[in-house]
Design a protein around this ligand. Structure first.
Ligand code: GLN
Length: 494
């Protein structure tokens, strides 16, 4: 990817990431995630990790205490966060990317022995801080963004020279070129059913005592923080309200960049730095995260149902899940949106139409799910979907017929988008069965796949006609198929 700024005009922007309240909040992942988002806008990015401990490097440290040692191409033994940086940014780190307080002191003391400071008293400020600043600036002019993660927790004695170097860098670079991100913790007290902001307030207060004003707060919390709570944190911590973000626990670390992107963190970063606001392209990353996830999440399920829904949230994950379900022959029941997603998945991955989509999510030339002409004319949203009971004719010899034991049924609808008949031929030629249609054949109501134990999607809502003592035939068939699937696995494992 070409970078947005040419070398000659590049004014490197610095983002400092500190941590407060307690350790292990995930500064490394937060740094790697922000780095990835900036890279996906098109900027060149690198990350430097500065560790306040006195070991020269982590090579001699017990991994149980400090985590595994990471090794770079140039043979340096480094902090494990460099592994996160490399995996997220897809860039190789080097010995310039990590330094400990021990290494900094060692270099200063060696210089002192060689006489490089002859005549001077060697002091933490400016000699140690200058040595730290040399490391902080080692990519100056080479990268658009340098993220500097300062290890440890604000308040630790050994972090002080690093924070002082950060303060000096802030001053030298000015507010348009340097930005301070502080990662803190907002505990949830179960008995009081309340989040507590005091530890964050204290952590920021301490940071400000060192002369560092945070621009952005990332608040690690068990659950999302509502607007009032974020406003309270902003008020007490001297930060803009829209610069307080929650950073809640994710199932996998790879979901963190997607969460930050959803919260528009790059917009806030770029506005603070007075840069043009642009959105990162996370298509490939989201695909990777979903694929990571899909197998892990769906292994072991005997049947999967995708329920009705509106809007594009989570659609790509649903489509990736359907691909797994189709290929692994897990019984599938798609209701309304669940049927539409199944059609999109089949068009993309079986019919060779990679851009297939519903016009509800993306308007293009491959809208296998689209608005009907009469829906296009509709201006008012309320009460104008295809609503209520419509007749449907069922083809014999299908899963649907097996369930209903009838060729004529009536089911209730509530949706705006429909199967697009322009793609009927390619979908059916590739094996999709249109097992239920309106009597005139114009509206596709049920789709199925053959060579599968039970794969069925309905445009209507069977749940609306399922009764307490008389379950809907499609639900009964689906559950039966799931039980059969479960049994077949037991036979295999025995
Ligand atoms: N959003 C889709 C539509 O309007 C599906 C609606 C639904 O699942 N009820 O067609």
């Amino acid at each position: 990817m070409s970078t947005l700024l040419e070398n000659s005009q590049r004014e490197t922007k610095y983002i400092f990431i500190t941590g407060g309240v307690l350790s292990s909040l995930g500064k490394g992942i937060a740094s790697a995630s922000i780095g990835l988002l900036l890279k996906q806008i098109g900027y060149s990015v690198t990350i430097i990790k500065l560790d306040p401990y006195l070991n020269i490097d982590p090579g001699t440290m017990n991994p149980l205490q400090h985590g595994e040692v990471y090794v770079t191409d140039d043979g340096s033994e480094t902090d494990l966060d460099l592994g996160h940086y490399e995996r997220f940014l897809d860039e190789s780190m080097s010995k310039r990317s990590n330094a400990t307080a021990g290494k900094v002191y060692f270099d200063v003391i060696q210089k002192e022995r060689k006489g490089q400071y002859l005549g001077k008293t060697v002091q933490v400020i400016p000699h140690i801080t200058n040595e730290i600043k040399v490391r902080m600036k080692s990519y100056q002019g080479e990268k658009d963004f340098v993220l500097i993660e300062i290890g440890g927790t604000v308040g630790d004695i050994e972090s002080l020279p690093f924070l002082e170097a950060q303060r000096q860098m802030n001053h030298e670079l000015g507010r348009n070129n340097s930005l301070n991100v502080h990662l803190t913790y907002v505990p949830y007290i179960k008995s009081a059913k309340e989040f507590k902001t005091k530890p964050t307030q204290h952590s920021v207060k301490m940071l400000m005592e060192y002369g560092i004003r945070p621009d952005i707060l990332l608040c690690r919390a068990e659950h999302s923080l509502n607007k009032e709570l974020r406003a309270k944190i902003a008020l007490f911590c001297n930060v803009d309200e829209d610069s307080v973000f929650d950073a809640i626990d994710m199932d996998t670390i790879y979901e963190v960049p997607l969460y930050f992107a959803k919260k528009n963190i790059t917009e806030t970063i770029l506005s603070h730095l007075k840069m043009n606001v642009e959105q990162p392209d996370l298509t490939t990353w989201a695909k990777f995260v979903n694929k990571e996830n899909v197998e892990e999440k769906l292994t072991g399920f005997d049947g999967v149902l995708i329920a009705p829904g509106f809007g594009n949230r989570g659609i790509e994950g649903k489509i990736d899940s359907i691909e797994y379900i189709r290929k692994n022959k897990v019984p599938y029941f798609g209701i309304c949106l669940g049927m539409q997603c199944a059609v999109i998945e089949f068009a993309r991955n079986v019919c060779g139409l990679p851009n297939a989509n519903s016009s509800e999510f993306e308007k293009n030339d491959f809208n296998v799910i689209d608005l009907m002409e009469d829906q296009k004319a509709i201006k008012e949203k309320g009460g104008t979907m295809r609503l209520g009971a419509y007749p449907c004719e069922i083809k014999e010899g299908t899963f649907a017929y097996e369930a209903y034991e009838n060729t004529e049924i009536s089911e209730r609808h509530r949706h705006r988008y429909e199967f697009n008949n322009n793609f009927k031929e390619i979908l059916t030629q590739n094996g999709m069965i249109l097992s239920g249609t309106s009597p005139d054949g114009q509206l596709v109501e049920i789709i199925e796949l053959k060579d599968h134990p039970w794969f069925l999607g309905v445009q209507f809502h069977p749940e609306l006609k399922s009764r307490a003592v008389k379950g809907h035939p499609l639900f009964i068939s689906f559950v039966k198929a799931a039980l059969k699937h479960k049994k077949s696995k037991e036979v295999i494992t025995e």
